[in-house]
Design a protein around this ligand. Structure first.
Ligand SMILES: [Zn+2]
Length: 139
């Protein structure tokens, strides 16, 4: 099996049988912050604890990206480019997470639909190591 490393060690638990996004929660106001932070953007508090986010939520909104982005594993050549999708996933009682959405077509997306987090390859490094990133896909 290829070596797999997270794109950022503070972003999600990895390796893990059931990976989870890492977040912070403010002791003072209860606000959930993703990604991990050292202060609360809501109240300015600095008493935060680490927490893991739910892996399922609902699609809050989405958009398509219709320009070539260097570094995405599946679009090395601008000629091969196809639009891809980004959105916000509402994790109930926690926070909205911005994410790539793993669908092929806008017709697969509907605001409010159930989505789940997955860890997928982002790119392959020159030594063959796969750099992994989180994404959400329809349940
Ligand atoms: Zn706070």
């Amino acid at each position: 099996m290829q070596k797999q490393v997270p794109i950022d060690s503070d972003l999600f638990t990895w390796p893990a049988a059931e990976p989870k996004l890492k977040a912070s929660q403010c002791y003072d106001c209860g606000n959930v912050i993703f990604p991990i932070n050292t202060s609360c953007p809501k109240c300015g508090g600095i008493n935060l604890k680490d927490m893991e986010l739910k892996t399922k939520g609902t699609l809050w909104t989405w958009t398509s990206q219709e320009y070539f982005t260097k570094g995405l594993n599946d679009y090395k050549d601008p000629e091969d480019f196809k639009p891809y999708f980004l959105g916000y996933i509402e994790l109930p009682g926690q926070v909205r997470v911005e994410s790539r959405l793993l669908v092929n077509d806008a017709s697969e997306l509907k605001i409010g639909m159930e989505m789940e987090m997955v860890i997928v390859p982002f790119r392959v490094e020159s030594d063959g190591t796969e750099t992994m990133i989180y994404a959400f896909k329809p349940v």
